[in-house]
Design a protein around this ligand. Structure first.
Ligand SMILES: Nc1nc2c(ncn2[C@@H]2O[C@H](COP(=O)(O)OP(=O)(O)OP(=O)(O)O)[C@@H](O)[C@H]2O)c(=O)[nH]1
Ligand SMILES: [Mg+2]
Length: 368
């Protein structure tokens, strides 16, 4: 039995496959890991399979699955999950875009009790080198959609991750397209995840396979996971949406506080209405903060390190950003676009809400 299995999906990677296998194996040796390397190839017409078969003769821990039907990246990775001979699975691209030296870090994070460990390009310390602007925009769009399902995951569509086998054995995965991680997050059975930053390096050799079809499949996948979560209340997305609903209810209570204070201070204390409004805004922010802290995000606080003061300041900063977004949209749609102001304001509130929820989830009540 191996300590871990590194799954490398390949399609036409003859120029890279030897290097990635060599590097991964070197990392195993440096870290005293008994690791398996499992190449899952979609019957590449180039020399990929030949090269792996040749390497296999010298390295007992290298295996290859050659797939003849249902061509696809996610399907290949899912097949690797099933055939891996260990309980800890790592997925890495063949084209050296992902740094193999992080494999032992992922491994020990799983050993420490995390169910999923994600190599993130979009957290502090991570990044993307040498990507054309078009790729960046598409990737940011995909990431944004993914974050609607998993607001506290910075890179839910990363191709570099580790997962405990138990997360996926009984999960009804429907692998398709490029984003198998999203499927694992959406349908897997897991509690704890962890992200570690890495710098993505664009491939030097070989060709990219991203097509329009990939984008359409991705949107279908996001909708499918959203629907799945409605009927599977154990799923991570459902838990997030429950938080979003609570956050929305707290927001409504904040409006009541705001209106009440504005009315009271103006009518009974006799303050100028704009001065009353300042107090009303601050009190509604405090109201929202307290309810979110003790109710919406109560499960996050148990394993948090930041102090309540820290969260309070962070919540103010996010709320201020939300206010600017709300008013900015109101102004742009109405003064520039000629939209009726109550409709503009409604759109502004919705966008502000998404901003407030995602930012607070990522910054104020983030897991440590
Ligand atoms: N088995 C299998 N592997 C694939 C398929 N498409 C891509 N891969 C592999 O999946 C990994 C990621 O694919 P890439 O083409 O590098 O995708 P990308 O990183 O988004 O795009 P570029 O690096 O710009 O080409 C690589 O190891 C590919 O060889 C496929 O249809 N089947
Ligand atoms: Mg690549």
């Amino acid at each position: 039995m191996y300590d871990l299995t590194v799954i490398i999906p390949t399609f036409k990677e003859e120029a890279n496959i030897r290097n990635i296998i060599t590097e991964v194996d070197a990392v195993f040796k440096q870290n005293n890991l008994n690791g398996e390397i499992l190449v899952v190839d979609d019957n590449s017409p180039d020399g990929t399979i030949l090269i792996v078969n040749e390497i296999k003769k010298k390295m007992a821990n290298v295996n290859i699955i050659i797939r003849l039907a249902d061509h696809g990246l996610s399907q290949s990775v899912a097949e690797g999950f099933i055939h891996a001979s260990s309980d800890i699975l790592v997925v890495i691209d063949a084209d050296l875009s992902h740094p193999p030296f992080l494999i032992p870090v992922m491994y020990s994070e799983i050993m420490d009790g995390n169910d999923i460990v994600i190599g993130s390009r979009y957290m502090e310390g991570g990044g993307i080198r040498k990507w054309p602007i078009k790729r960046r925009i598409i990737s940011l769009g995909a990431t944004f959609l993914g974050r609607l399902l998993f607001p506290d995951v910075s890179d839910p569509v990363s191709g570099f991750f580790a997962v405990r086998k138990s997360v996926i054995v009984n999960a009804p995965l429907k692998p398709r397209g490029y984003k198998i991680l999203l499927e694992v997050l959406g349908k897997g059975i897991w509690e704890k995840d962890k992200e570690i930053p890495f710098e993505f390096v664009d491939r030097e050799i070989g060709s990219s396979k991203l097509k329009l079809k990939t984008i359409i499949e991705y949107i279908q996948q996001v909708i499918d996971i959203a629907l799945f979560s409605l009927s599977h209340h154990q799923s991570a997305t459902w838990k997030e949406w429950k938080k979003a609903i609570k956050f929305g209810l707290v927001g409504i209570s904040g409006i009541v506080v705001n209106m009440g204070v504005l009315w009271y201070l103006t009518e009974y204390v006799g303050l100028y209405y704009l001065v009353s409004s300042l107090f009303a805004i601050e009190l509604s922010i405090l109201n929202n903060f307290i309810w979110n802290d003790i109710w919406t995000f109560n499960s996050e606080i148990s394993h948090k390190l930041t102090s309540r003061w820290h969260r309070l300041i962070s919540f103010h900063a996010v709320s201020f950003g939300g206010l600017i977004i709300n008013m900015g949209i109101l102004f742009l749609l109405t003064s520039v676009g000629g939209v009726y102001y109550l409709i503009s304001n409604f759109i502004g509130i919705l966008v502000g809400f998404v901003w407030n929820f995602i930012m607070n989830r990522r910054i104020t009540w983030t897991k440590m």
